[in-house]
Design a protein around this ligand. Structure first.
Ligand code: XMP
Length: 513
């Protein structure tokens, strides 16, 4: 098998860094987000094919501006700098970057000053998405301007002899009309990479690694019924058979009849030796009286660990614990040199006790969700499982705002189930990324029959997204929403009002918390 092409994306704190990683992978080229603290040695040892330097909120003239070793420019590797990445490169080669009075932010058109392979099949006057406060004042002698923006600002530069390039706009965002072509040109016209990041490659490699790592030992697998852990369990089961045991914990914060569904799916349909544990009472007791969302998450995380410790006690002979952690969880939970904040505490990342003797296996910790789905398809997992909407680890705990009680859980489960049924009935379930109901901490007045009511509100949320990182609210048919709302008010006692959330992410998040 040929050496895996590998792009490292150096994260200078841009909100688009992950998007660059995704875009590269869409071209079947493996990419990883790395910190600016990497060394030239790291790059060589890891056989990196090329670097992309991301944008970032800093100015290269700031005292605490993030830096990367300038040795990267002498490795002979192709390098593409984007915004901050470009300005850092220009400064490193002796050019000057200055703060502008007028920020250039938003759409602009590029025109070329030179023919260049980076812009193959990209027409003159293509729209690009500029976003910069600083501009390049002096171009280093080693560089040529290859494109200018509408305001005659250098939009693209290239080193005269080395494969080093820079863009003052963001090719990774959809507003850059031919952004994909430009990235495609960088990867294949300039770096001449092979498209070898495929689901088959991943399955073969991971199977080999899992077998090698596990040997004759046993693996406990945390499964949730979600896509990620199900695909993981099937992959590991295929690799090592009954040396692995999937365990499912019911934390009492699951969707309606979830435990039964998971048992049917994994045990009956797919033949995995599933063990289920009902811890719902313990979780709900620990959450009594708690309203603050981060505190709920912490408690749920802590209870998971406690439950897992009890379960692992029973499996003393198991050396490994497998989790379906995904790449965005890893990136979101990690702080990049203090620049991008930790957004939320994801319970399945880094939350394991130090005393736990098991070693972790996280085969998907470098994958995005759609990549996991592709792998699931290749493993011939039924479509309705692969297409299940994401469900957060802390479950309904983040969908009941305010204190969690068994009554609220029961109302929310029913409302949520009705909404999902109607999405299926109207053939919309697979057209949206994720849909669910939220229980709000307010009561409002209503009228039912001749009676005045004073009851609870359910919010419905449905979003379209590629990966959950950004999302748009789903423009669902009014009849669907109307049917769901009517059924919820009529069939779920205690609910007298239903609202639909029309906030995108950003500025909203998908979950309400
Ligand atoms: P937000 O609310 O941050 O959600 O826009 C983005 C996506 O992540 C899911 N989510 C989680 N998944 N553990 C998970 O496994 C968590 O703690 C968690 N919090 C949010 C959310 O459902 C959405 O798909």
């Amino acid at each position: 098998m040929s050496e895996l092409s590998k792009i490292w994306i150096v994260d200078f704190g841009s909100q688009y860094t992950q998007l660059i990683a995704r875009r590269v992978r869409e071209f079947s080229v493996y990419s990883e987000v790395v910190l600016p603290s990497i060394t030239a040695d790291d790059i060589l040892k890891n056989k990196v094919s090329a670097l992309i330097l991301s944008g970032g909120p800093s100015s290269v003239n700031d005292a605490d501006a993030p830096q990367i070793t300038t040795k990267i420019y002498n490795l002979g590797l192709p390098i593409l700098g984007i915004c901050y990445g470009l300005q850092y490169t220009i400064q490193s080669f002796g050019g000057k970057v200055q703060s502008s009075d007028g920020r250039e932010y938003g759409r602009s058109k590029i025109h070329y000053t030179k023919k260049h392979p980076l812009f193959k099949n990209v027409a003159e006057n293509s729209t690009v998405w500029m976003s910069h406060g600083d501009h390049i004042e002096t171009i280093p002698a080693d560089f040529d301007i290859i494109a200018l923006s509408e305001k005659n600002v250098p939009a693209a530069l290239a080193h005269k002899t080395k494969p080093i390039f820079g863009l003052q706009f963001h090719p990774e965002v959809v507003h850059s009309e031919k952004g994909k072509e430009i990235l495609n040109n960088f990867l294949f016209e300039i770096c001449h990479l092979e498209k070898n990041w495929t689901a088959e490659h991943f399955i073969n490699e991971e199977t080999r690694k899992i077998r090698e790592m596990v040997g004759d030992n046993k693996v406990l697998m945390g499964v949730s019924g979600g896509v990620d852990s199900t695909v993981m369990a099937v992959l590991i089961f295929r690799a090592i058979g009954r040396q692995c045991t999937p365990v499912f914990i019911n934390n009492g914060l699951l969707r309606l009849n979830e435990q039964t569904k998971v048992m049917k799916m994994l045990q009956n349909d797919m033949g995995l030796p599933l063990e289920t544990y009902d811890y719902s009472k313990t979780f709900l007791k620990a959450l009594e009286g708690i309203e603050e969302p981060e505190q709920k998450r912490k408690i749920i995380g802590r209870e998971f660990i406690k439950a897992f410790e009890e379960i692992t006690e029973k499996h003393q002979d198991y050396k490994f614990l497998a989790q379906g952690t995904l790449y965005p969880d890893v990136i979101e939970s990690r702080s990049v040199k203090g620049k991008s904040q930790v957004i939320k505490s994801h319970h399945n990342v880094g939350g394991l006790p130090e005393t736990m003797k098991m070693e972790l296996i996280e085969p998907f910790d470098s994958l995005f969700k759609d990549e996991v789905r592709n792998i699931g398809e290749k493993l011939e997992i039924p479509k309705d499982i692969i297409q299940r909407h994401p469900f957060p680890g802390p479950g309904l705990g983040v969908r009941i705002l305010g204190e969690i009680t068994p009554e609220k859980i029961a109302m929310l489960q029913k409302a949520d189930d009705i909404f999902i049924q109607e999405l299926h009935n109207y053939d919309y379930y697979n057209k949206v990324w994720q849909a669910f109901a939220v229980f709000l901490p307010v009561k409002t007045v209503g009228v039912m029959g001749d009676q005045r009511t004073y009851e609870n509100v359910i919010a419905l949320r449905s979003v379209n997204s590629m990966d959950g990182m950004t999302a748009d609210w789903s423009h669902l048919p009014h009849e669907l929403l109307s049917k769901a709302a009517n059924r919820i008010v009529n069939e779920v006692r205690g609910i007298n009002r239903v609202v639909y959330d029309i906030t995108s992410k950003p500025p909203g998040t998908i979950e309400w918390e």
